[in-house]
Structures are given as structure tokens and as C-alpha cells.
Design a protein around this ligand. Structure first.
Ligand SMILES: NC(=O)c1ccc[n+]([C@@H]2O[C@H](COP(=O)([O-])OP(=O)(O)OC[C@H]3O[C@@H](n4cnc5c(N)ncnc54)[C@H](O)[C@@H]3O)[C@@H](O)[C@H]2O)c1
Length: 332
């Protein structure tokens, strides 16, 4: 992806934590393509070596294999860095319900280590992956940044605590921070396997194998599914912005439309059906609803548009076509 018209000086040193993961590896790739030096810190808890294998040949890319729960490692990674894009965390609501202690250690204590290291290294800005889960049980629609509800899972608590700590580091130590509340991101390199896989890659893999996708609930739950390139754009805008009003705050990162799971499966069958018409006949199975899932999620992206000039390039349809093409070429 090319960084267009974003007023971004491309000779920065950028630390991407979680850089071997889905979002992090896409960020590393774009930053390198645009001439930056990239340091990737990852412990491969959920990230994949193959996500960064092609990047290892690039002399502007440095891999630090390490854990954000270790403060010394965070200090080492932040050394001489201009910007931090902090993506490392244990994602997934069910994972945090099964093991809240590890989620808290990584997502809260690890986050705090990274803030301390970024502050000590005097980085120019600390941009971090927040989450739409922070809206919790709020029924307000679309979600606007300053109205949140009560968290519905340990994961949601960890992501909200990140925002609170970032604010304190801005006000107390003058560290510039921006939190990006991602809404159900999808696209190339997202892991389709494992118990905690996200719904789009999981359904794509099942459909490609002519297996029935299993929906939690009746398929009426909806999400503001967001294509990876829109997320990359927001990260770059967040580090490039020179608007002082745009920093030390949080933004929704989404497309601004919601799609329910039934509609999602219809679209996936249509796009995958172009490669293999039999996929159109695969039946869907509806199962029980999952604990901690919010029924509907839709973002207002007005704040990102106004303060950061965000203009999402990919709709759910155009993003899904790209994602499906990638999965068919790479994983079929
Ligand atoms: N994908 C989404 O829809 C979504 C939505 C909201 C928020 N987020 C957040 O975005 C970020 C990236 O998510 P993703 O979807 O790319 O997930 P991912 O699991 O693919 O990436 C997370 C990366 O962090 C690394 N990591 C985990 N624990 C670590 C540790 N202790 N030390 C160092 N590295 C560690 C993993 O190995 C992995 O490479 C996470 O903070 C996640 O909570 C993602």
C-alpha cells in the first residue's frame, strides 16, 4: 500500500510491537515500502514468522524477538525510535474469559512497560491499538468516542485501561499518544486457524473447504467490518498529524457501515463462488450465542475524518473481494 498525500516524512524509525501479527505485519510492510526504518518487537505468541519472512531481507527491517512483559526488552526496542505503533496484545474476548490473568499481564502490564519505555526514549508519538470492545454495553448507535458503556469482558477492560494509562502519560509526562479503537479488522494475513480465530478468515477457510460456517446466534448480530488498508491509513495519519488538537485522544477506526453475519456469509459465498461455484451451496449452521458478544457495533468516523482527514478507501464489499482473493491465492 502506498502512503499517498499524507504529509509523512518517510525516513523515520518506527517501532511496531506485535509486528509479526496480522495488523502489525501489514503496518511493517507499508512503512518499509515507503522508505522508513522499521523495528518489529514480537514474541510470536500469536504472530507468525511467515508474516515477516519476506521483510527479513530488507536492510531497513530489524526483528527483536522478545516480550513486552519484560521492561528491559521494551527499553531496548524503543532506543532511538521516532514513533511507536503499539499493536502487541492478546486479542479475543473468549481467550480473555478463559485466561484473564495472561490477557491482563500482556495487555495491561505489557502496555504500561511500553509507555514507560517510550517516555524514557522520548519518542515523538505513541500510537496504540485500542478496541471497539471499550463501548461494552452502550446501546448508543453509531458509537461516538466519548460515550462508552460498561465493559463486557476482561479483554474489554484491558483495552479501556490502555486508554486511561495513555491519557495519564500525556498529562503527567507530556508523551504524545493516540489510541485507535479498531472495529473488527479483516484482510490479508489474518490467521484463519485456532480456537480464537476472527470470524471472516474462519468462515473463508470453512467455505473454501466446503464446510458449513457455524454462526453464534441467529446471524442477526452485526459489525462494522473494517478492511486492513483503512486501518493502515489511520495509523499513518496518527503519526503524521501536525494538528495539536488531534493528539492525546482516541479515534474509531472503521468504515462506518454495519453488516450482519447472514449478509457477511452471502457476500463471502458470492465472492468465493467465482473461484468455485460449489461454495454457493454450502449450508450455514446456527448455534448458541456467545458470552460477552455485543449484539451490534457501528462506528461514527466523523472525529477521524475531521481531525485526521481520514477517508476510508475500502468498503466491506471491496475489502472482502481483496481478502477473498488473497486467501484463495495463498491458502487454498
Ligand atoms: N483484529 C481486530 O479486529 C482488532 C480489533 C480491535 C483491536 N485489535 C487490536 O489490534 C492489535 C493487533 O491485533 P491483530 O488482529 O493483529 O492480532 P494478532 O494476534 O495477529 O497480533 C498481535 C501480535 O502481538 C504479539 N504479541 C502477543 N503478546 C506479546 C507479548 N507479550 N510480547 C510481544 N508480542 C506479543 C503476537 O505474537 C502477535 O504477533 C491488538 O492489540 C488487538 O487487541 C484488533
Amino acid at each position: 500500500m502506498t502512503i499517498k498525500n499524507l504529509n509523512f516524512n518517510s525516513s523515520n524509525r518506527v517501532l511496531v510491537t506485535g509486528g509479526a501479527g496480522f495488523i502489525g505485519s501489514n503496518l511493517c510492510e507499508t512503512l518499509l515500502e515507503n522508505g522508513n526504518k522499521v523495528i518489529c518487537l514480537d514474541n510470536f505468541a500469536t504472530g507468525k514468522r511467515e508474516n515477516i519472512t519476506p521483510l527479513l531481507e530488507n536492510q531497513n527491517f530489524t526483528l527483536i524477538e522478545g516480550d513486552i512483559r519484560d521492561l528491559d526488552t521494551c527499553h531496548k526496542a524503543c532506543n532511538s525510535v521516532d514513533y511507536v505503533l503499539h499493536q502487541a496484545a492478546l486479542g479475543s474476548v473468549p481467550r480473555s474469559i478463559n485466561d484473564p490473568i495472561t490477557s491482563n499481564d500482556v495487555n495491561v502490564s505489557g502496555f504500561l512497560n511500553m509507555l514507560v519505555a517510550a517516555r524514557d526514549a522520548k519518542v515523538k508519538r505513541f500510537v496504540f491499538a485500542a478496541s471497539s470492545s471499550t463501548y461494552g454495553d452502550s446501546t448508543n448507535m453509531p458509537k461516538v468516542e466519548d460515550i462508552i458503556g460498561n465493559p463486557l469482558s476482561p479483554y474489554a477492560i484491558t483495552k479501556y485501561v490502555n486508554e486511561l494509562y495513555a491519557t495519564i502519560f500525556s498529562t503527567t509526562y507530556g508523551l504524545e499518544t493516540i489510541g485507535l479503537r479498531y472495529f473488527n479488522v479483516f484482510g490479508r494475513k489474518q490467521d484463519p486457524n485456532g480456537a480464537y480465530a476472527a470470524v471472516i478468515p474462519k468462515f473463508v477457510m470453512q467455505l473454501m473447504n466446503h464446510e458449513s460456517p457455524v454462526v453464534n446466534g441467529d446471524g442477526s448480530f452485526s459489525r462494522d467490518f473494517t478492511y486492513i488498508d483503512n486501518v493502515i491509513q489511520m495509523n499513518i495519519r496518527a503519526i503524521a498529524s501536525i494538528n495539536k488538537e488531534a493528539i492525546n485522544t482516541v479515534y474509531n477506526v472503521a468504515y462506518g457501515e454495519r453488516t450482519d453475519l447472514k449478509q457477511l456469509i452471502t457476500l463471502l459465498k458470492e465472492y468465493l463462488g467465482e473461484f468455485d461455484p460449489k461454495i454457493k451451496d454450502v449450508e450455514t449452521i446456527y448455534g448458541p450465542q456467545r458470552t460477552g458478544d455485543v449484539p451490534h457495533s457501528l462506528a461514527s468516523i466523523n472525529k477521524a475524518k475531521t481531525l485526521l482527514g481520514y477517508s476510508p478507501e475500502y468498503s466491506i464489499e471491496s475489502g472482502l473481494k481483496e481478502a477473498v482473493n488473497w486467501y484463495w491465492k495463498n491458502l487454498k
